[in-house]
Structure formats: structure tokens, C-alpha cells
Ligand binder design. Structure first.
Ligand code: NDP
Ligand code: 2IT
Length: 452
């Protein structure tokens, strides 16, 4: 048996064991599978990783916390949700990753997100470990007062597990500036500490970093631009399809426009909007950020250039590039086939794991440049780490400085993924490049720190 096939069979064995140990966690198994299936060449080249049981240790979170979150609605009715924080890996720094409030949240979803976060955070080159948390609480249709009471109850348990040197949460689906404010207030009240570095995504006037709200979307567009540059093209004049209409989607659309491209779609769980003239960002921000409304209201107010397609998916709209920015598994093999039929050149993941494995393989086989989320959407957590640095130094940087750092980091991530893929015999394969480069950095740190 050659070394390569030995490492492949070790990985197959490991995957079977992971499936056995983590039943009913399909998203986590999907994420683990997607990473492990690309690691055979690096395990063959570096036998010391297998000897140190690195993959076995990496797929097991260092700590998992599950807790009850009771809260009262505006009519005084009591609700009970479940809270999670999965502290996955701290070899490179304090656990770092967002909180997701969405009814689909369960332990498997949080573990998939935490697992991805380990490699993503490693790719930023900064000192942050991987973690994720959240709740099955659904903020849709809840008043500010209800959201505040929920956040206060959530933090009343979470506070004992986090800290600027321990674990630093931020936002994700359903958690934005409003929620971070309520969470920070309750942390400060319970601990009697003005500990800015315990959460990121704070308001700019009280410890937040400029450009953090924009960072994920901006970063993904910069990553897509770098992939196009590699092929001798740029974003100028390109048409883009974007899914979602939350934080990531909005700032993706903004950066596309700044670089001369035109986003013609956005969506939410009710359906999508296609706007021939290009999405009007002022109107979208008004509908989604100010009114917390639905995208059909955008179409109603925009006039004849826009229409709302209930229940549809944006991937049927012809475009040069596609930037999925809503949620996991929102782009399947049929969607990928539609994009390819319409001549798509690049797909870059703003969301975490939005493309199914079948979709990723089809896009790659068809020669489409594919940017995996753990590389392409790392700009958000990278600027979170810059927020931590500013908090630690008790200072704040200008927007221009943060954006310059973000641009450098995204270009570095692109180069790292590209070069790593080449080094391991998979030129142009950003999935393999991102997985191996992220893995190597974490694995080397774990190797140096002993069996813990
Ligand atoms: P938001 O809550 O701001 O927006 C989420 C958007 O996605 C909404 O339009 C929402 O529609 C839609 N959406 C969510 N779940 C579903 C679903 N099950 N089906 C259809 N549509 C859905 O979240 P973000 O923009 O912050 O996050 C979007 C994605 O980007 C997530 O995958 C997140 O993990 C990822 N990400 C976020 C980062 C950040 O800094 N915020 C950083 C890196 C990645 P609706 O309101 O109808 O639910
Ligand atoms: O998925 C992600 O990278 C995020 N939700 C951002 C995490 C963070 O700590 O800023």
C-alpha cells in the first residue's frame, strides 16, 4: 500500500467513526466530510500529523455548552429556547465566531459552523481560535423589547463561558448590531467589567470597529475579484446574482457597485427579487435594516424594473458571477447547472457552506472559479480580530486603515489558497487550497503544544 492510499483509507475509517459518534448532525458531517476529503495529500506528506492524532482531535470540540434560555414575551407568556456555545479549537487564540439566532439552530448546525470557523480563522493569519454559538430563538416578528429580554437571558448563562482571552462571540444570522448591544449591556451589568474585547460587532461609538458591518460582504467581493484577476478578468461591467438580504448580502451589493459590477437580485426565505436596473441599495437598506421588512416590499416600491418571485431561487437569473449570501445548502446541483448554462464564471461563498457538495463538484468540473466560504467570507471575522486589537490598545482606527487591512488580508488569503492548491497538485482548486492551508496552520500549532 502506498502512503497516499494509506492516508486515504485512514480518512475513510475516520469518517465512518465521525458518522457513528455524531448521529443526527447532517450539517456537521457534511462540513467534516468536505474538509477531510481534501486532506489526503497533506497527511501523506506529513506523517507526523497522523501520529499525533491531529484529525481525530480536530473533529472533537474542546468544549460544548448547552443551556436553557427562558424569556417572557410582551404579553407575559413564558418561552423556553435552547442556547449553545461550541468552543471548538483554541490552538491559535481565544475561541472566535458568531452567534446565530434562527429556528433551524441545533447542536449539529452550531458544530458545522464552529468546525468551518477553525480553518477560516487560521486562514486570516491572525491569532483567533474557532467557536460558534446561538439559539433556536426566532427573532422574526418580535418586538425590540422581546429581543432585548431574550438577549439578556441568553447572556445570563453565556457570560460565564466567555471573555476577551477566552471566547469572543460576534454576530451571524439573526444577530446584528442591535443584539450585540443588548448582549454587551448584560455582560457588563453581570460582570461589572467594561471589557470591550469580549464581543465584536459593537457600535462604532462604544468600542466597535469601523468597517466591521461591511467586512464580510466587502471581503467576499474582493475575493471574487482576486479569482477573476487570476483568469485575466475583472469585475467591471459584470452582472451578479446575490442571495439573501441581510448583513452579508447588503454589503456585497454595495462593494460590487463600487467596483463597477451590477447586482440584479436579492432574496429572503419568502422568495427573491430581480431588478433589471440593478438593486437600489438605499431602498434595500430602508426595507431590511430600518423597517426589518421582507423583500417583496422592495419590489412593490421600486417600480417597473423589479419583480418579486415568491418561493424562487436567484440562481435561475442569468449572471457572470454568483455570490450566495443567505444560508447553508441554498445552492444545489440543479442550481449549479442553471448557473453554468447561463455562463457563470465565478461563484464565491459569502454564506457558510451555501453550495451543496454536488454543486461544488459540478461547478469545479465545469471550470467555474469557486471560492469556498472559509476563504471567501473570512473578511468578517478578520475585521472582528482587528476590532479586538483596537479594543486591546484602547484605540480606534480610521475606516480607510481598516479597509486597507481587509483588502490585504483577502488578497493574502487568495494567494495562500491558490499557492497551496498548486503545491498539492490541485491547481485552481480553492477548496483544497483553503482546507489544506487552514489545516496546516492549526495542525502545526497543535503539534507544538502537545497532546491536549
Ligand atoms: P442576516 O440575518 O443579516 O441575513 C440572513 C439572510 O439570509 C436573510 O435575508 C434571511 O432571510 C436569509 N436566510 C436565512 N436563513 C434562511 C433560510 N433558511 N432560507 C432562506 N433564506 C434564509 O445574516 P448574515 O447576512 O449575517 O449571514 C448570512 C450568511 O453569511 C450566513 O450563512 C452566515 O453564517 C454567513 N456569514 C456571516 C458573517 C457575518 O459577519 N455576519 C461572516 C461570515 C459568514 P429571512 O429573513 O427570510 O430568514
Ligand atoms: O461566520 C463568521 O465568520 C461570522 N459569523 C463572523 C464571526 C466573527 O467572530 O466575526
Amino acid at each position: 500500500m502506498t502512503t497516499r492510499s494509506a492516508s486515504t483509507s485512514t480518512l475513510d475509517h475516520l469518517l465512518t467513526e465521525i458518522e457513528h459518534r455524531n448521529p443526527a448532525q447532517p450539517e456537521f458531517l457534511q462540513a467534516a466530510h468536505e474538509v477531510l476529503e481534501t486532506l489526503a495529500p497533506v497527511l501523506a506528506a506529513r506523517p507526523e500529523y497522523a501520529e499525533a492524532g491531529l484529525v481525530e482531535r480536530l473533529v472533537e470540540p474542546e468544549r460544548q455548552v448547552i443551556f436553557r434560555v427562558p424569556w417572557q414575551d410582551d404579553r407575559g407568556r413564558v418561552h423556553v429556547n435552547r442556547g449553545f456555545r461550541v468552543e471548538f479549537n483554541s490552538a491559535l487564540g481565544p475561541y472566535k465566531g458568531g452567534l446565530r439566532f434562527h429556528p433551524s439552530v441545533d447542536l449539529g448546525v452550531i458544530k458545522f459552523l464552529g468546525f468551518e470557523q477553525i480553518f477560516k480563522n487560521a486562514l486570516t493569519g491572525l491569532g483567533i481560535g474557532g467557536g460558534k454559538g446561538g439559539s433556536d430563538f426566532d427573532p422574526h416578528g418580535r418586538s425590540d423589547a422581546e429581543v432585548m429580554r431574550f438577549c439578556q437571558s441568553f447572556m445570563t448563562e453565556l457570560y460565564r463561558h466567555i471573555g476577551e482571552h477566552t471566547d469572543v462571540p460576534a454576530g451571524d444570522i439573526g444577530v446584528g448590531g442591535r443584539e450585540i448591544g443588548y448582549l454587551f449591556g448584560q455582560y457588563r451589568r453581570i460582570t461589572n467589567r467594561w471589557e470591550a474585547g469580549v464581543l465584536t460587532g459593537k457600535g462604532a461609538g462604544w468600542g466597535g470597529s469601523l468597517i466591521r458591518p461591511e467586512a464580510t460582504g466587502y471581503g467576499n467581493v474582493l475575493f471574487a475579484a482576486a479569482m477573476l484577476r487570476e483568469r485575466g478578468e475583472d469585475l467591471e461591467g459584470q452582472t451578479a446574482v446575490v442571495s439573501g438580504s441581510g448583513n452579508v448580502a447588503i454589503y456585497t451589493i454595495e462593494k460590487l457597485a463600487a467596483l463597477g459590477a451590477n447586482a440584479v437580485t436579492c432574496s429572503d426565505s419568502s422568495g427573491y427579487v430581480v431588478d433589471e436596473k440593478g438593486i437600489d441599495l438605499g431602498l434595500l437598506k430602508q426595507v431590511k435594516e430600518v423597517e426589518r421588512g421582507r423583500v417583496d416590499s422592495y419590489a412593490e416600491r421600486r417600480g417597473s424594473s423589479a419583480r418579486f418571485v415568491p418561493g424562487g431561487r436567484v440562481w435561475e437569473v442569468p449572471a457572470d458571477i454568483a455570490l450566495p449570501s443567505a444560508t447553508q445548502n441554498e445552492l444545489d446541483e440543479n442550481d449549479a447547472a442553471a448557473l453554468i448554462r447561463n455562463g457563470v464564471k465565478a461563484v464565491s461563498e459569502g454564506a457558510n457552506m451555501p453550495a451543496t457538495p454536488e454543486a461544488v463538484h459540478l461547478l469545479q468540473r465545469s471550470g467555474v472559479a469557486f471560492g469556498p466560504g472559509k476563504a471567501a467570507n473570512a473578511g468578517g471575522v478578520a475585521v472582528s480580530a482587528l476590532e479586538m486589537a483596537q479594543n486591546h490598545a484602547r484605540t480606534s482606527w480610521t475606516a480607510a486603515r481598516v479597509e486597507e487591512e481587509l483588502t490585504r488580508i483577502m488578497n493574502d488569503i487568495h494567494t495562500t489558497c491558490h499557492e497551496t492548491a498548486e503545491r498539492y497538485g490541485a491547481p485552481g482548486d480553492y477548496v483544497t487550497g483553503a482546507n489544506i492551508a487552514g489545516f496546516e496552520r492549526v495542525a502545526d500549532a497543535m503539534l507544538a503544544q502537545g497532546v491536549i
